[in-house]
Ligand binder design. Structure first.
Ligand code: ADP
Length: 510
């Protein structure tokens, strides 16, 4: 006979079974436990209790040890065999404390001796309840931990799948510069064996000292300002070009934990660039001689003419002469640019006294500045300057372009000043004018090919927009930097810094 007892207290969500042959104890205990909030089911003997157990969610059993039929000890054994998680509290008589101890040894959780007070029952039941709740809590935490771990695992594998699917190469290093992760695209770009594993320094995967040094520097946190980290171009097997771009990996406290390097295949861009340069070079060469011939003929025709220079055809011939001159200068600039890009314009390095070279250029261009009623001056320091190891033609082109620009973009009566001095390990040359100046938005772009500022002041000035691009290419090839400060109507200052012992290798002569 099964009896379910109703509780008026908030249910605890814990089912209890009372197994006792004494109806009085069964019912009284059942009532007490129900009032505590347990869901109670009572059973009169062991057989029925064992039969009922599988249909229930019981987690606590009060079990009388002395019952007719199946012995309580046997019932305990079977419960522990089939449902070890159930807490069994044995109910014993005074005379059977030893039996209770034996039952505890066999897996009973607690015991209560007959006859017991309601409070005693409540204490024992509460103790067991605490244990059940604690066990449940522990299980819940374990389940959560397992779930978190598997979530983390899933997240990790998801990230890895993404990194492995990227079209760009990704290489991650530790602070010692050793590779800890390399995706298949990186292996492909570096033409490595697909099974090549991580674990070595970058130099073991690609023989490029410059890249090795850069990766080591980024990995150990040598860069404070990430904007300073240069891009690095790698040539693989002469026909494949990669761009390596590195950033440090930062921890929670912004400490450097290594580096992540992306490898971008720029072969198609490079090929197109080479084709473009080749094309420009070919067309320029083809155009230069016929244009020069036309120009020379125009010059001699104009020289021989004795008629009125203001006559219409005289004017048209003069215009044609100026246009051909402009075209020849454009072709010269285009050829210079393609030679700089091929790395062959600046290869004849020798010891150059830059102050003397500047004095010669200033002397040469002073006729131009005088024609505009401008003052053109050169300031050199009292103490002697060290010589520079550079290609004098390249230097002439740099400063010639800058001073010519200053004269062009300064109105009549203006001032152009050239300063030379040392700034640390660099030789510093400043070309300053009080001319038209430029709005800030142009300053980033004036070194781009063909970029010209066209406003009311400059519209009538002819030019190719290639001069500063040539200057920048040459300064770069000498390992230097060029900066510009300018403001409309106030003038411009171009500053060139050239290392006295340049850190760039001599280009291989073409
Ligand atoms: P170009 O002089 O043939 O136009 P550049 O590349 O030498 O080409 O110069 C690009 C542009 O930068 C010029 O068109 C001009 O607008 C501007 N620029 C260069 N130098 C100066 C200067 N000293 N003052 C004002 N603007 C300048």
């Amino acid at each position: 006979m099964t009896r379910k007892m109703k509780s008026d207290k908030k249910p605890l969500g814990v089912d209890v079974m009372i197994v006792d042959d004494e109806k009085g104890i069964r019912d009284a205990s059942g009532r007490i436990l129900s009032r505590m909030g347990f869901a109670v089911v009572t059973m009169p003997n062991g057989d029925e209790a064992l039969k009922k157990l599988p249909e229930t969610d019981v987690s606590m059993v009060f079990l009388d040890l002395k019952m007719p039929g199946m012995d309580g000890m046997e019932v305990l054994k079977r419960i522990k065999d089939t449902r070890p998680e159930i807490l069994v509290i044995v109910i014993t008589g005074y005379a059977t404390v030893e039996t209770a101890i034996e039952a505890m040894k066999k897996g009973a959780y607690d015991f209560i001796t007959k006859p017991f007070e309601p409070d005693q029952l409540r204490i024992v039941a509460n103790r067991a309840l605490e244990k059940i709740l604690l066990t449940e809590e522990t299980r819940k935490l374990e389940r959560e931990k397992e779930r978190t771990l598997s979530d983390l695992d899933a997240e990790k594998s998801r990230m890895l799948t993404i990194v492995n699917s990227l079209p760009n190469g990704v290489v991650v290093t530790d602070t010692g510069g050793r590779v800890v992760l390399m995706n298949p695209a990186a292996r492909g770009h570096l033409e490595l064996d697909p099974s090549a594993g991580a674990g070595k320094e970058i130099g073991a995967y690609i023989d490029d000292e410059g890249l090795g040094a850069l990766v080591a520097d980024i990995s150990r946190g040598a860069y404070v300002d990430f904007e300073d980290i240069p891009d690095y171009e790698i040539v693989i097997s002469e026909k494949k070009y990669l761009l390596a771009r590195g950033k440090p990996v930062l921890g929670e406290k912004r400490e450097c934990m290594g580096a992540v390097i992306t490898l971008i295949d720029i072969t198609p861009i490079r090929m197109l660039d080479n084709l473009k340069t080749e094309f420009i070079e070919k067309v320029s060469h083809e155009l230069r001689s016929p244009l020069s011939t036309i120009h020379e003929q125009l010059v001699s025709v104009l020289k021989e003419r004795t008629d009125d220079p203001s006559a219409q055809d005289h004017y048209l011939l003069s215009r044609a002469r100026e246009k051909t001159k402009g075209l020849i200068s454009l072709i010269g600039d285009l050829l210079d640019i393609s030679r700089i890009e091929d790395g062959i314009l600046c290869h004849e390095r020798q010891t150059v006294a830059v102050d003397t070279l500047l004095a010669d250029i200033v002397d040469f261009l002073s006729a131009k500045s005088r024609a505009k009623d401008q003052t053109l001056t050169l300031s050199v320091p009292d103490e002697p300057l060290p010589p520079l190891n550079a290609d004098p033609m390249g230097l002439e082109s740099i400063f010639g372009n800058l001073i010519t620009n200053a004269i062009h973009y300064t109105p009549e009566g203006g001032r152009v000043e050239v300063f030379i001095d040392m700034a640390g390990i660099n030789m510093r040359v400043r070309v300053s004018d009080n001319g038209f100046g430029m709005d800030g938005r142009h300053l980033d772009r004036i070194f781009d090919k063909f970029y010209r500022v066209k406003d009311d002041n400059t519209r009538h000035i002819t030019g190719t927009g290639l001069g500063l691009s040539i200057v920048k290419g040459l300064v770069d090839s000498l390992g230097g930097i060029i900066e510009v400060e300018s403001a409309p109507s106030s003038g411009s200052t171009f500053t060139v810094l050239l290392p006295v012992q340049p850190d760039v290798p001599d280009p291989v002569p073409a």
